[in-house]
Design a protein around this ligand. Structure first.
Ligand code: KG4
Ligand code: ZN
Length: 340
């Protein structure tokens, strides 16, 4: 089955064509970074307006590159969670194309897309596994027994890991989106000069809390009065170490609790080099194997939506009447494909 997938949940407009026999045939992502940069964050109304302009040309290109609409057997799109206006632009386009081409369509859960992104790799992770999903909006540990069979083991009580990177980056005067920039700066920082708390590490369980970290960074910045570049780099290093240590320790604890030795790390923050390095060392000590999406599929893309949408369309799942998108959509209510 060959399908078209569309992603528009936040500030990336993306489309992909995926075939279960040939794999990923085409994909394209347009990032709206330049549009939102001057505001220091994503402006939802501007995101929706830009998706309306960008999506159709992107979709046309990936469909034409792969032989045209006649080759397609379904359309998948991100139906939530995310910015509601942005989601509706992708949903409306996907549903309209499906109707015009007389194809079935399915709304996909964005986080299920992130969880299944590593299935696009030549050596996909096996089920069951423990997945650490770390993005700008979410930080979760999930026991994945199969596609659609997810048990949330723990999540953040406040800020997500990506938010901790982004908000701290802003305090350090780095331009939006700060996460990757802070990570780059951290590599030039001096270890040990600052030491931030590892939130929730001293408590049992698998919950996270990152909101205190940005406050710690704020106090440290204020105490310096006029921070120099070296100070910023040292602070970035300390922030990254605190977030990464917390993610690594809790992931290993989750593997232990679940009695599993396969760890999957996905979402935007899974692109972080320090996280990958520290996780590799800890997992080797534990005898566990870690799987990631390739770097371009860590952050938002439509290839991951295609994988999740394909599993559901192939099992006979279909959209109901009307166009539905959900700003909030708990992952825990999903069921395996075909079981509604
Ligand atoms: O998955 P994603 O593209 O969007 C959401 O669904 O949220 O994740 C974006 C998040 C942002 O917070 C961004 O700063 C963070 O991932 N991120 C990183 C890195 N690359 C992206 N954080 C730390 N280090 C990176 N290399
Ligand atoms: Zn995402």
């Amino acid at each position: 089955m060959r399908i078209l997938a569309i992603e528009s949940s936040c500030d990336e407009s993306a489309a992909a064509v995926f075939d279960n026999e040939c794999g990923l045939l085409a994909h394209e992502v347009f990032s709206q970074i330049d549009l939102h940069q001057i505001y220091g964050g994503v402006v939802p109304e501007l995101a929706s307006r830009d998706h309306v302009q960008r999506l159709l040309p992107i979709v046309s290109r990936v469909v034409e590159q792969t032989g045209g609409p006649a080759q397609l057997e379904g359309v998948a799109y991100t139906a939530g969670p995310g910015l509601i206006g942005a989601l509706l632009t992708g949903a409306a386009l996907a549903r309209s194309l499906a109707r015009a081409w007389e194809l079935p369509s399915i709304g996909v859960h964005h986080l299920e897309g992130h969880l299944l992104a590593p299935l696009l790799e030549p050596e996909p992770p096996p089920f069951p596994n423990v997945s650490l999903l770390v993005s700008g909006g979410h930080t979760m540990l999930i026991e994945c027994r199969g596609v659609g069979d997810y048990r949330v083991l723990g999540e953040t009580r406040d800020d997500a890991a990506g938010e901790a990177f982004d908000k701290s980056a802003k305090l350090l005067g780095l331009p939006y989106p700060g996460g990757p920039q802070l990570a780059r700066l951290a590599y030039t920082g001096q270890p040990g000069r600052f030491n931030f708390p590892r939130p929730m590490l001293d408590r049992p369980g698998l919950e996270f809390s990152f909101s205190g970290l940005k406050t710690a960074v704020l106090h440290a910045v204020r105490a310096l009065e006029s921070p120099r570049d070296e100070d910023r780099a040292d602070l970035a290093h300390a922030l990254q170490e605190a977030v990464v240590d917390t993610l690594v320790t809790k992931s290993l604890r989750a593997l232990e609790d679940a009695g599993l030795d396969t760890l999957v790390v996905s979402g935007g923050v899974s692109a972080n080099r320090c996280l990958r390095e520290k996780m590799a060392v800890a997992a080797a000590r534990h005898g566990a194997r870690v799987y990631y999406p390739r770097l371009e599929f860590c952050t938002d893309n439509a290839a991951m939506i295609a994988v999740a949408g394909h599993a559901r369309l192939a099992a006979g799942e279909r959209d109901g009447p009307g166009i539905r998108a959900r700003a909030q959509w708990p992952l825990s209510i999903l069921r395996p494909p075909g079981i509604l």
